[in-house]
Design a protein around this ligand. Structure first.
Ligand code: PHE
Length: 364
């Protein structure tokens, strides 16, 4: 028979010696194939069991099996040793300074004008107002005539209008950079007819520059037309707005008689406030703060928008977005809004996920 006790002992000693001398994982794998592979030495010996008599099988079977297990364990132990050494080596050579600052990704902020525009939009949306927009370069007609401001009207001069270049061979007056968002009233009337409930936020332009004026600024227009809308509705809507926007329960509005060509009657609206300690508090104190112009839409304006003033009536208002942003967030100089100074933007800007969640808590 090809198997003897001594044979096995020699085989065992040889194999273990080989394994102990191996110098890398590749060689180890070769050894594994050589002894335990399908045609490996141990496997061949196993096969020889088949031709043995039962007695021999009883003796050699278990011996061979335990030899196989022993070799297997030796291979695994060696392999683990290689891996441990490799890891040790990596740990020794590679290193990471965990005290280094991370790579910060530059994160922008939301400009207060954008934030306040979103807040205003949200509050009026809660009251059922849609958002409408119009062009910033506007025709003379939409910016003035349609709003009941004929060419000789003094309001034209007061608006400090920027005029576009006059087109050659044209009798038309030059276009203008719109001086207010009111032309969007006309465009909305023409586009959708009455009834209407919209707000129109956007950029407007006037040649003016000081602490509270910049040549470009932002307004939001409001327009509500229906069969029976009155100044009382205007007052309620504005009160709800101020309450939600300034996040106060009590507000007091004062309607001051005024004049706009496109509304009759017209009123400027002030809110009660205090400035004690240089800090604005809305709803208390003895000061009044002007926040917007408003009134009942003039019949001529309705007509210009293609709406029958005998059937429909309503209110309009125009409010400075930058102005109410300055008030709400305590920003002292309007010009700083448009300087693009990163320090300012970081200080007054809002996180991208800082969604306005103002609720009007509409009174029933
Ligand atoms: N358009 C006016 C302005 O720019 C504001 C306003 C709008 C007043 C609507 C009354 C009604 O000052």
């Amino acid at each position: 028979m090809g198997v003897g006790m001594d044979d096995l002992e020699n085989l065992r000693a040889g194999v273990l010696k080989h394994i102990s001398k191996v110098s890398d994982e590749g060689e180890l794998e070769n050894l594994r194939l050589r002894f335990l592979g399908k045609k490996g030495e141990i496997s061949l010996k196993m096969r020889e069991l088949g031709s043995m008599n039962p007695e021999q099988k009883m003796t050699y079977g278990p011996l061979l099996n335990s030899l196989k297990d022993e070799i297997n364990s030796a291979l695994i132990a060696k392999k683990t040793a290689f891996q441990d050494t490799a890891l040790d080596e990596r740990l020794r050579t590679e290193w990471l300074d965990v005290t280094l600052p991370g790579r910060v990704r530059g994160e922008g902020t939301i400009h207060p004008v954008s934030q306040v525009t979103d807040e205003v939009t949200e509050i009026f949306a809660d009251m059922g107002f849609l958002v409408a927009e119009g062009p910033q370069i506007e025709s003379d007609w939409y910016n003035f005539d349609a709003l009941n401001i004929p060419s000789h009207h003094p309001a034209r001069g007061e608006m400090d209008t920027f005029y576009m270049k006059h087109p050659k061979n044209s009798n038309e007056p030059p276009h203008v950079l719109r001086t207010h968002t009111s032309p969007v009233q006309i465009r909305t009337m023409q586009a959708s007819g009455a009834p209407i409930k919209v707000i129109c936020p956007g950029r407007v332009y006037r040649a003016d520059y000081d602490q509270t004026h910049t040549p470009m600024f932002h307004q939001v227009e409001g327009l509500a037309l229906d069969k029976d809308i009155t100044m009382a509705n205007l007052k309620w809507v504005l009160e709800e707005f101020v309450r939600a926007f300034f996040e106060v329960d009590e507000v007091e509005l004062r309607f001051r008689a005024s004049h706009f060509p496109f509304t009759e009657p017209s009123a400027e609206v002030d809110i009660r406030c205090s400035w004690s300690g240089g800090q604005l508090k809305v709803g208390e104190g003895d000061d009044w703060l002007e926040i917007l112009g408003s009134g009942m839409v003039h019949p001529n304006v309705l007509k210009a928008g293609g709406i029958d003033p005998e059937k429909w009536q309503g209110f309009a208002f125009g409010m400075g977005i930058d102005r109410i942003a300055m008030l709400k967030y305590g920003i002292p100089d309007l010009r700083s809004f448009f300087d693009s100074d990163l320090r300012w933007l970081k200080h007054y800007g809002f996180a991208a996920l800082d969604q306005p969640i103002l609720s009007t808590g509409l009174s029933k």
